[in-house]
Every structure is written in C-alpha cells, then in structure tokens.
Design a binder for this molecule. Structure first.
Ligand SMILES: [Zn+2]
Length: 141
C-alpha cells in the first residue's frame, strides 16, 4: 500500500501557468509539468531565500520531503530551459490558504478561498467598507 500523500500548504497561486520557448509551435514542443507544490518550493527557497527547514515548515512538510520536491523542481526547470521545452504548472497536492476579510461597519470577519474574487460587501451588514486581514493586521482590500 502506498503512503497517503500529505497535503502541502501553499500561500500563493501562480500568475501564469504555461511558459513556452518563443517561435516553436506548441504541437512540436515537449512539455515539462511542474506541480504547484514544486513551484511553491522554488518560490520559498529560491525567490524568498528561506532555509529549507523554514520553507518546509511553511509548507507543513518534512525537510526531507521539501528537499525531494525542490530537487525535482530544479531538474524540471533546468530541463525546460536547457532543452527548450514548454513548462506547464498544474496539479500537486496543495491546500490553498484562505483569504480573511473584516468589515469596518460591524466587525464581522469571514474567510473565502483564493480565486473566488473579491467580495463586494459585508455578508452581515452589506457595508462596502471591508478589509483584507493579513497576519492579524488589517489592510485595504
Ligand atoms: Zn458588516
């Protein structure tokens, strides 16, 4: 029996999900699939410069698992760049963090998953003075 796959937490959604070399028709391209958790590992370790220990903690996985993911991600990205392949970002076992909103009118707080659009008003009092709550701080949404 295979081990159950642990859900990996990510905090961002990729802006784009397909990269291809210029001037090559898609039908002639080989594709490399980079999973969303691999992209998140690259973001944390390479872009944000976190130590693997910390990055693994952010994704709620072991350091060893993180090491495997980042190694796999680096290899895929290198393969795409060096061999002129397209890179598709999709899949992966991920839990996307929720967005938390707060109402200035009645102090009601609620959460929405990413990708559902910004709410137009407070579900409680319909006030439009709502704020995105980030790490305990209120920010203008
Ligand atoms: Zn309200």
């Amino acid at each position: 029996m295979s081990r159950p796959i642990k859900v990996r937490r990510i905090a961002c959604c990729p802006e784009a999900n397909y990269f291809k070399p210029r001037g090559i028709p898609v039908v002639e391209l080989e594709e490399v699939i980079l999973s969303t958790d691999e992209l998140e590992a690259v973001r944390l370790a390479d872009l944000d410069g976190l130590y693997q220990e910390k990055a693994a903690g952010n994704m709620k996985i072991s350091r060893q698992t993180f090491g495997n993911i980042i190694r796999s991600a680096h290899k895929k990205i290198a393969d795409a760049l060096v061999n002129g392949k397209a890179l598709r970002i999709e899949g992966g076992v991920v839990a996307i963090d929720e967005r938390r909103f707060s109402c200035q009118g009645c102090n009601f707080e609620w959460t929405l998953p990413f990708g559902t659009g910004r709410p137009t008003g407070c579900p409680q009092c319909r006030s439009r003075s709502i704020f995105r709550v980030l790490k305990g701080k209120k920010q203008s949404a």
